[in-house]
Design a binder for this molecule. Structure first.
Ligand SMILES: [Zn+2]
Length: 219
């Protein structure tokens, strides 16, 4: 089933689940999941009609979004680099002016090498930043690590912080925002007023940063 929104063709899939409220989920490559409660009370048509404006907004958001990583290029600290593969016995990655140069044997997978590189760089950066912000906020996590995540970051109730292993793709001021955000969750486990005022102490322009963060999509 297809649906046309803002001149974009969405590929729709209907799923029935044991849930109370229906919801929609849209991916950056324009796949739309329509998840309905299995009591049969709500039709996909009705839901789509109700959510028309939300869908329009989402499609526009995707159209204006920045893809951080694809086969041709990758972002590093907010700057776009073209991927260049060079066959070499000595596997390594080098950043030059506009290129991310990947030296590798024929056997090694380019994507895996890039993901490893991004993960290493991310861990190094967020560990250093978390250390700096911890001192200022007087909030100390039990552990700082990276993980394959769909979100930017994640904080557990027992004081561990995880960051998306591709976070290094973002401009550094946005990475800093994510680090700060997760650290403050050690004290406030929600996005309450107290949480926000704490955030504003360190990053007075946090609202603008949140807006910018929305432009980025992991792919
Ligand atoms: Zn949060």
């Amino acid at each position: 089933m297809f649906l046309k929104i803002e001149n974009k063709k969405l590929i729709c899939k209907i799923k029935y689940k044991k849930i109370r409220h229906a919801y929609l989920r849209i991916t950056p490559d324009y796949h739309l999941d329509i998840i309905l409660p299995n009591n049969g009370k709500l039709s996909a048509e009705t839901l789509l009609k109700e959510k028309r404006n939300w869908l329009r907004r989402k499609v526009r958001e995707i159209e204006n979004s920045v893809r951080l990583f694809d086969e041709k290029s990758v972002y590093y600290k907010g700057k776009k680099y073209e991927i260049k593969v060079i066959i070499d016995k000595n596997s390594r990655i080098e950043l030059s002016k506009n290129f991310l140069k990947i030296y590798k044997s024929k056997r090694r997978k380019t994507e895996n090498m890039i993901l490893e590189f991004l993960a290493d760089e991310t861990l190094e950066y967020v560990s250093k930043k978390a250390g700096e912000f911890s001192e200022r906020l007087e909030l100390f996590p039990k552990q700082v690590s990276i993980k394959k995540l769909k979100s930017f970051g994640h904080c557990t109730r027992d004081g561990k912080i995880f960051f998306n292993s591709k976070l290094i793709c973002l401009p550094t001021k946005l990475i800093d925002y994510v680090v700060c955000h997760e650290l403050i969750h050690l004290k406030h486990f929600n996005h309450s007023k107290k949480f926000k005022s704490e955030l504003a102490k360190i990053l007075p322009d946090y609202k603008e940063l949140e807006k910018q963060l929305k432009k980025y999509y992991w792919s």
